[in-house]
Design a protein around this ligand. Structure first.
Ligand code: HEM
Length: 536
């Protein structure tokens, strides 16, 4: 064959050209060999992380059980704390301990969110699902504005945040009191309470069955609940190219889009109403802060969000904060009550600490937090054992990189398996046991081990962690300060098994709230509801 080519070339070219071609082909062979050796050496130095085999087209998807988070934690025993999985045609890297997660997420190339047809719904707007410079700017802006509204761990100004939360705490306590100690399922009440806190911070709106906007709340909640389910279904389908064209998947996708559009439109309506009464000298919430930016940009003849639609950004940010802040806190409160039903002696110890430090003549406040180590340890233990966001939120790599000696190619989806950090027997003694004392050191102070990362770590860690901790503290301590909680008589204790969706939630359960000498606590200060409804 080679001879034939040479004869042909001899016929076409002179001797000098032949020599040149000969040298050129030698050079090409040499370069190819060199590149192959380099590639092989690099692959030896930085191979892909190890991981289980999957099957063609679907990858590891068919082997995923219902409790994905537990299964993924078990895979780490075989493959180590950094391993790979293939879902359909997509490469995933799973990080199962806080060291690997910290190592990765402190680096810029791990800060992006994955990008596929599903995430494209957000068109690069909002905060939760965007990447790059816009994400950085928006995160900084929101962080500063939230701090200005009192969302900080220490220092003056926290009363603003506390006031907003306490309005909802007081409403909740009144509802619980109407139950007169009979069994109640309080999932909807907690959902309404946490929605109202976040909506108050975002746009000074609250919803209550006796307020005219309550049907809007029910619709928004239904859209979100369905949206989360559809998102999960479409998410899995989006990894397998063939599956995503199936009629049922296309239909789910279209419903998700319609759902998303309707919920954005509802928020947009609130924004349009607010614009009419906006006052740059009276900034009440996050919505006002954005409108102030818009107002200043107009005054200074400056363009906001070059090439982007300001209203779309505003609506998507509101929606992102709403989704991130409502479900998580409600879930965490439900778990708190469920664990305390199972471990009544812990509930009693928290009440004793509250009685000793806060006293029986007032309600707990944020300043008490630092003086209540057992209560704080109990909340840490709730955050650990419930692992409310077991799979964290996926990140993606923006360039080829390495981690722990492994190659992580550009565009890899990275899952920080928070469930493993919080529940792995390698890091926690008897992790299934609910035991606040694991967070108390020899001096009686609260100590948080390095695997305790319920809010993630790094530059993309939960933006609302201070708010979440404040809410859980104020709701839980207030409930325990005013009521004794118990399981309905002659009923088995509710299951502690979690159901995996975007969060890990307990199944619905009933609980009795029996007042504890309420008369001794000064009457709960019900602030006027008019101030809240005025923002509508
Ligand atoms: C107990 C309650 C909560 C838990 C366990 C929780 C947990 C998390 C986790 C694990 C992440 C992902 C971090 C990452 O990407 O690495 C996250 C992100 C986020 N959380 Fe929370 N969260 C809670 C409550 C809240 C609340 C109340 C808000 C409201 C402001 C909030 C706002 C956010 C936002 C905006 C992000 C995305 C940050 C970004 O992409 O830069 N979260 N949260």
């Amino acid at each position: 064959m080679l001879e034939h080519i040479q004869i042909l070339l001899r016929g076409l070219c002179g001797v000098r050209e032949m020599l040149f071609l000969h040298h050129l082909s030698l050079l090409l062979v040499f370069v190819t060999v060199l590149l192959s050796i380099r590639f092989w050496l690099r692959a030896q130095a930085h191979p892909l992380p190890p991981g289980p085999w999957g099957i063609p087209i679907l990858g590891y998807l068919p082997f995923l059980p219902k409790d994905i988070h537990v299964h993924m934690m078990k895979l780490a025993q075989k493959f180590g704390s950094i391993y790979r999985l293939r879902f359909g045609n997509k490469l995933f890297v799973i990080l199962t301990d806080s060291k690997a997660i910290r190592d990765a997420f402190r680096r810029e190339e791990f800060h992006a969110r994955p990008s596929n047809a599903l995430y494209d719904i957000f068109e690069g707007y909002g905060l939760l699902n965007i990447s790059g410079v816009i994400w950085k700017d928006q995160r900084k802006f929101l962080h500063e504005r939230l701090r200005a509204l009192g969302m900080k761990a220490t220092g003056p100004g926290r009363e603003q945040l506390q006031d907003r939360i306490m309005v909802e705490v007081e409403c909740l306590l009144q509802c619980l009191a109407t139950g007169e100690g009979k069994p109640m399922d309080i999932g909807d009440l907690l959902c309404n309470a946490s929605t109202n806190v976040i909506c108050s911070i975002l746009m000074s709106v609250r919803f209550q069955p006796n307020l005219p906007n309550f049907p809007n709340y029910l619709r928004l909640k239904a859209l979100h609940d369905e949206g989360f389910k559809l998102f999960l279904k479409c998410d899995i389908a989006s990894y397998v190219p063939v599956v995503k064209y199936m009629p049922s998947v296309v239909e789910n996708f279209q419903r998700l889009m319609a759902n998303h559009d309707e919920s954005l439109e509802m928020i947009h309506e609130i924004i349009k109403q607010r614009r009419k009464i906006f006052d740059p000298d009276h900034i009440r919430d996050i919505l006002d802060s954005y409108l102030l930016e818009e107002y200043r940009a107009k005054e200074e003849d400056r363009v906001l969000f070059e090439g982007k639609d300001f209203d779309k950004q505003l609506v998507q940010v509101m929606t992102d904060m709403f989704s991130a802040g409502e479900e998580t806190v409600k879930t965490c409160l439900l778990w708190s009550l469920l664990y305390l039903l199972h471990y009544p002696h812990i509930a009693k110890k928290v009440q004793e600490e509250l009685d000793a430090i806060v006293g029986r003549s007032r309600m707990p406040c944020l300043d008490d937090q630092q003086h209540l180590p057992y209560t704080e340890a109990t909340i840490c233990e709730v955050l650990r054992k419930s692992a409310a966001v077991p799979l964290g939120t996926s990140h993606a790599t923006t360039r080829d990189t390495t981690l722990g000696g492994y190659a992580i190619p550009q565009g890899t989806t990275v899952i920080p398996l928070l469930y493993s950090c919080l529940m792995n027997p390698q890091y926690w003694t008897d992790p299934e046991k609910f035991d606040p004392l694991r967070f108390i050191d020899a001096e009686g102070r609260v100590h948080k081990p390095e695997q305790f990362i319920p809010f993630g770590v790094g530059r993309r860690m939960c933006l609302g962690n201070v708010l979440a901790k404040s809410e859980v503290f104020l709701f839980l301590t207030s409930i325990l300060h005013v009521f004794n909680i118990s399981n309905p008589e002659n009923e088995p204790l509710p299951s502690m098994e979690g159901n995996l969706g975007t969060t890990l939630t307990p199944s619905p359960f009933k609980i009795c709230f029996v007042p504890r000498e309420v008369s001794k606590i000064s009457r709960i200060d019900m602030r006027s509801q008019e101030f809240r409804t005025a923002g509508l």
